[in-house]
Design a protein around this ligand. Structure first.
Ligand SMILES: Cc1cc2nc3c(=O)[nH]c(=O)nc-3n(C[C@H](O)[C@H](O)[C@H](O)COP(=O)(O)O)c2cc1C
Length: 221
């Protein structure tokens, strides 16, 4: 029996950026749904969930992404599951947007006065605390939150003995163009943030994990 601490660190050490997936092994539906559930349960600022996932199975679209996503090739062609993480654009993240109104009213079931209070508080956060007034900064704020979703999916996968590769090696504009052309996203509302492949390693990583020491990374004060 290993301790919970050991089990957690084994999970974190098992996870590596898998460079070569075994194309013959498929993740079970039960395991993949658990990974998706970890995404769904991820925290977001104000609880606004400014993200969506595409689980890409279509071989034609994978071929279209290949030339514009150099960091994704191993995953596109070998991983059991390929995920594109989208972030919401500024129009959906305005305090009085239809998206946030629906979320607060119909998902969180907040009373009208609470919704108004949150809107005001959030408006102040946007204008003063984080100064997220231009569209790009607002989109990037949503993108930052998708990395929590990504991390939770990768850690959950590792806990289940499933490998993954996080992917930023692509042209955001070109990937968006493919997704728009193929009718997968409305560019007014969504843009690509990050991607990930999930599956099983074809072979163990060549190098052991290399990291700076905790002394170099943590300040205790
Ligand atoms: C945000 C992010 C983007 C990354 N993009 C790519 C990528 O496009 N292609 C790739 O093969 N690896 C990618 N990586 C993997 C990193 O190179 C890898 O995580 C890092 O070298 C540490 O190695 P490890 O994950 O095996 O411990 C990315 C990692 C992160 C966190």
């Amino acid at each position: 029996m290993i301790s919970r601490q050991e089990e957690m660190l084994q999970t974190m050490n098992f996870r590596h950026a898998c460079k070569q997936f075994d194309p013959l092994r498929t993740i079970t539906d039960e395991d993949f749904l658990t990974i998706l559930e970890a995404a769904r349960l991820s925290p977001t600022s104000f609880g606004f969930e400014p993200w969506k996932l595409i689980v890409l199975r279509d071989a034609t679209i994978k071929q279209l992404l290949d030339p514009v996503a150099w960091g994704a090739r191993n995953s596109l062609h070998g991983a059991s599951h390929f995920v594109i993480v989208l972030a919401r654009k500024s129009v959906d993240l305005q305090p009085d947007s239809a998206y946030l109104t629906n979320l607060m009213r119909d998902v969180h079931r907040l009373p009208e006065e609470a919704i108004e209070g949150r809107r005001q508080f959030y408006r102040n956060f946007l204008e003063h605390d984080f100064q997220l007034e231009d569209e790009r900064a607002h989109f990037d704020w949503a993108c930052k939150q998708t990395y929590i979703v990504l991390a939770n999916m990768m850690t959950t996968a590792a806990y289940l003995g499933i490998d993954s590769c996080p992917i930023e090696g692509f042209s955001q504009a070109e990937v968006d163009r493919v997704l728009v052309d193929e009718g997968l996203i409305d560019p007014e509302h969504f843009g690509v943030s990050v991607m990930a492949g999930f599956g099983y390693r074809a072979k163990d990583p060549v190098r052991a994990k290399v990291r700076q020491s905790l002394d170099d990374l943590v300040i205790w004060f």
